[in-house]
Design a protein around this ligand. Structure first.
Ligand SMILES: *Cc1c(COP(=O)(O)O)cnc(C)c1O
Length: 471
């Protein structure tokens, strides 16, 4: 645990100085700024691998991959080199009427990962925009086929798809949604398959699938698409479900002529153990058949390795072809200024290279086992419930009588003191580390998470029903 060397040439300002200037000039996302005065942001001067360093040389393990985007650590030499090479070649060109190798190659390679079932890529810059695109494309595609009455969307309880008005309309996380509810288009809210609701994951999946089937049977003439996060509803607090649910939803959508949008913004890019989470819906581990894929996949977050903003929507021939016409207005005229930015595409290609060359999915399986082992003492801990893991996501809920008021904030603060950057969602503690844990890191991480929990909810107090530790 030796302290890292000062980064050469960094301005010699203290953490406090950056915090004070930040609070004067910056309006931070997802933050009540009045609270930020007491809980100032962590000033980060540089990153290396899974570590972030503040301006006073203290280190923090990025246990949440900087909001789930960073896959191969910070300052990765290979991704950095790819961006630098692209920077000296072509930093940007508009993608309407122009094209370029990084965007073409990225679209081709992602299409190939779906066996070319989703062989058409539409680019944007952030996740919410990808969701907007998928919703608009679905509606417009039906309209172009003479089914303009299909204008409703179905989303799931606890689902999260971003915070622009269209994406928020199909999201169900109250803290983000409630203030804007009067502005939002109405969507159908189907039950979540969250495995925590039933004695077993399969029962929860079956119940939720039956409810969705019934809704589609009744309303399919008006419904354009179902949107969901395959396998893990992340922002809801890492709510995990059985892959059988995805199989059932795919079949129901096909039966009723409704599109299926898989929002893989958080769960894609290997996070759940396969490159696309939806691949796990295949029966008996076979590759998905053409009809078993979703109609749209949204990707963002990890696709650029966490380096640059990039998102995209992959879709099928049938959707693409429904826009082909002599009439310009039947085309998909949506656009963003930085769509298909070459630097971001170069970062994404370097990220895909890592998957191809380093056998990342297999390596992650080994590391996941090591971290699960390191966290094992928590599995039967009286303070926690619903221990769960999928690929490179671990989560558990701290019981309310242990957690008390303001738990997430207190745990985050205690994490800093234990060299962890970690942000619980409500009472759910989760880890979503970058894909470069070695055995020593995994053991260290397991220990630090347990120590942080002990600092916030002392273990001896756990069995006392009704006790609280509100700060
Ligand atoms: C983060 C996220 C989004 C939104 O992406 P932004 O880039 O933050 O707009 C959408 N869907 C899911 C599942 C996400 O996790």
């Amino acid at each position: 645990m030796q302290s890292p060397p000062e980064s050469p040439g960094a301005p010699q300002a203290s953490n406090a100085a950056w915090q004070a200037r930040s609070l004067r000039a910056l309006w931070h996302p997802c933050t009540q700024m009045q609270r930020a005065e007491r809980m100032p942001p962590l000033p980060i001067s540089r990153g290396q691998g899974p570590w972030l360093f503040d301006y006073e040389g203290r280190r923090y393990f990025d246990a949440v991959s900087s909001w789930w985007v960073n896959l191969f650590g910070h300052a990765d030499a290979r991704i950095g080199a790819a961006i630098k090479a692209q920077l000296d070649t072509l930093e940007h060109v508009m993608l309407a009427g122009c094209t370029h190798a990084p965007a073409v190659e990225l679209a081709e390679r992602l299409g190939a990962l779906t066996a070319d079932v989703l062989g058409h890529a539409f680019f944007a810059s952030d996740g919410a925009s990808a969701v907007e695109i998928a919703l608009k494309m679905s509606f417009h595609s039906w309209k172009n086929r003479g089914q303009g009455g299909k204008r409703e969307f179905v989303c799931l309880r606890g689902g999260y798809h971003g915070e622009t008005l269209g994406a928020l309309a199909v999201s169900d996380v109250a803290v983000f949604r409630d203030a804007y509810d009067p502005l939002l288009m109405r969507a159908h809210l189907a039950p979540s398959p969250d495995a925590r609701q039933a004695p077993n994951a399969r029962a929860a999946a079956d119940t939720a699938a039956r409810a969705l089937e019934q809704l589609l049977a009744e309303r399919h003439a008006h419904i354009a698409a179902v949107i969901l996060e395959p396998l893990v509803q992340c922002a809801a607090g890492m709510a995990m479900h059985d892959a059988a649910y995805l199989r059932a939803v795919r079949a129901a959508c096909s039966r009723h002529g409704v599109h299926l949008i898989a929002d893989e913004i958080a769960v894609g890019c290997g996070r759940t153990g396969t490159f696309f989470a939806f691949e796990q819906s295949a029966a008996h581990g076979q590759p998905l058949q053409a009809h078993e894929w979703p109609d749209f996949i949204c990707l963002s977050k990890g696709i650029s390795g966490g380096y640059l903003p990039l998102s995209l929507v992959l879709t099928r021939d049938a959707v693409y072809e429904s826009f082909l016409d002599d009439d310009v207005a039947r085309g998909f005229l949506h656009s963003h200024s930085y769509t298909g930015n070459p630097l971001a595409c170069a970062a994404a290609l370097a990220t895909l290279d890592r998957f191809a060359h380093d056998d990342v999915l297999a390596r992650n399986r080994a590391w996941a086992t090591a971290l699960t082992t390191a966290l094992a003492p928590l599995q039967n801990d009286a303070r926690i419930a619903h221990w769960r893991q999928r690929g490179m996501i671990w989560a558990f809920d701290v019981r309310e009588d242990c957690a008390g008021a303001g738990f997430a904030e207190r745990f985050h603060q205690a994490g800093r003191a234990h060299e962890l950057l970690i942000r619980p969602i409500g009472n759910t503690i989760y880890l979503m580390p970058p894909y470069l844990l070695d055995a020593a890191d995994a053991a260290w991480l397991g220990t630090q998470v347990r120590r942080t929990l002990d600092a916030v909810c002392p273990p001896a107090d756990a069995p006392v029903a009704g006790g609280t530790h509100a700060a």
